[in-house]
Design a protein around this ligand. Structure first.
Ligand code: FNR
Length: 186
């Protein structure tokens, strides 16, 4: 049975490099791991406790929770907006963190890949996303998370899946997420 890695991308733009990195992770995923890009983030409303009531949860938020419930691990691929995680991802974490202590992210292996044109590769967004995932109950693979900085011009002409260094790094992240489940799969 393959490990399902639900992958959420923090950029909604069509030419997103972070989306290309998520696509590359799917392309280089090792045998036994399946990377699933989640497509519905743009329609998830901002988290509102008044809406988080049995039977009244907005459909897009319920669909996100269902997708996470069917996954074995999560991969967040994110740029950095104003020194932190883009709202579309923090909002997803908010919906996946509730009910407190029993949200879809609870004890789920999680890793973060971040990318930005700057040489720092969205390090602050990476740090903040890992922190939020940990607070939300995920089992964050701290040393597995990677930053991809200063390669944007490379990716203008070469898809990350065809960039050897990046493909190897991404395959390593997906393998580590699958490996984090070993006891359950053994
Ligand atoms: C940015 N960008 C940016 N980059 C960075 O390294 N640190 C930052 O704080 C910011 N802040 C920021 C805010 C907003 C609102 C935007 C739209 C952009 C640049 C950002 O990293 C760049 O646009 C990347 O291309 C975004 O990733 P995608 O969309 O290519 O995946």
């Amino acid at each position: 049975m393959s490990t399902k890695v639900l992958t959420l991308v923090g950029s909604l733009r069509g030419a997103s490099v972070n989306r290309k990195l998520a696509e590359a992770a799917a392309a280089v995923a090792p045998e036994g791991a399946e990377v699933i890009l989640y497509e519905g983030l743009a329609s998830v409303p901002f988290y509102n406790e008044d809406l988080d009531v049995e039977g009244q949860v907005p459909a897009a938020a319920a669909a996100l929770r269902e997708a996470a419930g069917e996954a074995d691990a999560v991969l967040f691929v994110t740029p950095e907006y104003n020194g932190t995680t883009p709202a579309v991802l923090t909002n997803a974490i908010d919906w996946l963190s509730r009910p407190f202590g029993a949200g879809a992210l609870k004890d789920m292996p999680a890793a973060v890949v971040s990318a930005s044109p700057s040489g720092f590769g969205a390090q602050w967004a990476n740090d903040n996303t890992r922190k939020a995932l940990g607070v939300a109950g995920a089992k964050v693979l701290e040393d597995v998370s990677i930053t991809v900085g200063g390669r944007f011009e490379v990716f203008a002409g070469t898809h990350p899946k065809d960039h050897a260094e990046t493909a190897t790094e991404l395959a390593g992240v997906v393998s580590a997420l699958a490996g984090a489940l070993e006891p359950a799969n053994a």
